[in-house]
Design a protein around this ligand. Structure first.
Ligand SMILES: [Zn+2]
Length: 254
């Protein structure tokens, strides 16, 4: 599919200034696409959606993977300490947002990328659990900024050390320091590099007819399940594999 427009919607974290930086970087990847930056779409979720609108209890145990019957800890938000995150159902949110997109921009050729400072999950029928997501592809595509921090798993050793912190006589902060650069934490500017990678994946969803992910773990389109994979593919050395580089050239640079 030929993409002509990318519409980006900022958030509290992805400010207008940061959106413009992302726009410039996206323009380098997709040089023939018109990219514009828009304000966030303000929605208030209806009261009859209690299952998709839940304030997370910040006093609970840290996130491990899967949300069912679990709450979520966030002690250090982007904006300050002890700010609660909201957990939203990604597909419901996508459906609500799609109502705000004008009909002519629902046509093929338009890609909408919304940055959202809420934690987004989807329900997996097989595991019967909610799973945190960084990216929901479609119209619109939604990128969860806290999802970048919370959805891909941190190194296994990190969870072990956190569980044994009392025995090891280490504070949470001391443990985090030991895993420096092995996961993205709140306040880390690497989150913006990763956000760009997810925006690229959102566009490739349309370029590849719904199959944007790559099997090569060094490609920026790799579907990372671990923080270290995401950092390698999208932060430290963001580049396409040969196949996707060729695909991109074929679509936009000839
Ligand atoms: Zn690839």
């Amino acid at each position: 599919m030929k993409i002509e427009y990318i519409h980006m919607y900022g958030s509290e974290l992805i400010t207008k200034k940061r959106s413009n930086v992302l726009k410039k970087k996206l323009e380098r990847v997709f040089p023939k696409v018109l990219i514009d930056v828009r304000k966030s779409i303000s929605i208030s979720l209806p009261d009859d959606y209690p299952e998709i609108y839940r304030t997370i209890d910040r006093t609970s145990t840290p996130y491990t993977n899967g949300f069912q019957n679990k709450s979520f800890s966030n002690n250090d938000s982007f904006q300050g300490k002890d700010k609660c995150l909201i957990l939203l159902d990604g597909f419901e949110l996508q459906r609500i947002y799609s109502d705000f997109i004008s009909e002519d921009e629902l046509e093929l050729g338009h890609v909408h990328v919304i940055f959202k400072d809420s934690l987004i999950s989807t329900y997996d029928e097989d595991t019967r659990r909610f799973h945190a997501r960084t990216l929901i592809c479609g119209t619109p595509s939604i990128i969860s900024t806290p999802g970048i921090i919370e959805a891909p798993a941190k190194p296994r050793d990190y969870y072990f050390k956190m569980m044994l912190s009392d025995l090891l006589n280490l504070s949470n902060e001391e443990i985090k320091t030991k895993f420096n650069e092995r996961f993205i934490d709140y306040g880390d500017p690497s989150v913006f590099c990763a956000a760009l990678g997810f925006a690229v994946q959102a566009v490739f969803y349309f370029l590849t007819d719904g199959d944007p992910f790559c099997i090569e773990n060094t490609c920026t389109l790799y579907n990372s399940h671990w923080q270290e994979e995401m950092i390698r593919a999208q932060v430290k050395t963001p580049k396409f594999c040969e196949y996707h580089e060729t695909l991109l050239c074929f679509n936009y640079q000839n």
